[in-house]
Ligand binder design. Sequence first.
Ligand code: SF4
Ligand code: SF4
Length: 291
Amino acid sequence: MLSKNQLEIDFEKLISAINRKGDIKTVKFQPVYLNMMKVQQDRIKEICGNRFDKIEARGSLISILIAYTREEIQFINHLKPDGLRDTEQWNKYASAYYLLNDQLNIIADKIAKKVEGIPILATLEGIAGKVNHVSDYFLQTVSHRHIAELAGIGWRGKNQLIIHPKFSCAIRFVSIITPYQYEADNKSDNNSCEDCRACLDVCNFLDKQSILKDYREQCRRYINHLNLNADVCGKCIKACVNNSKFSSNFNLKKLKIIKNYIVKWPKDIINLHFYRYFNIPNIINVRLLSY
Ligand code: SF4
Ligand code: SF4
């Protein structure tokens, strides 16, 4: 069995290779499973297949996050000089979202191989406009946020995202189911937002969540209305990074992920989303950049 210490070392190598920051935590499988909605339990059972009983009895979940860079977050809700929304800039955040998902999936796959595990993909992309209601998501996904929260990655913010003490909610998750028994990390204090309300000030749906029937459905419709290249909005993330009570504690990577770094990236990370992110038209240009 791979020790927890070795797991953290291996993760650090993978995250450094792509010039990003991240975090990894573990939690026992059973308490997370018992705290899930029935539909999510069914989904995770399906993913485990005939390994479910063994995993439920002794297994663990590994929660991994990768953080956006500060620059990627500033593309959110970018305005033109005339005050109109700059969709082209906002779409750069959408591209970063895809790239992070790819990077997470690749890292999860590599870690899963070391722990006889099963990776749960980072997200289902492009379904916000295909489902009729936000509750339809629950049938198709396992909540990485739920796993991350119970693994102690951060606290549940007023924007309902997980707030990491160093990276705010400018993060994306992936999870791995493993039959190995790992010590659980401590869960964070859930009242850690204190009297901050930066995210509530930028989003009426969040501000009125206690009186709305389901604010997440309003959020889904707003995301559809934005019609960006990914199912994203991110205004509540940017508010947390820039304006929250804790913004001076957050330490997102400041540099843009520059093209020159691709020479160091594992080949399998250079894929379609990579080209879109860097606006590179074809493989020949990628090769030229390596010299
Ligand atoms: S993603 Fe946008 S619409 Fe959804 S809660 Fe955050 S700010 Fe509001
Ligand atoms: S902006 Fe403030 S209130 Fe909202 S999630 Fe971040 S810390 Fe919490």
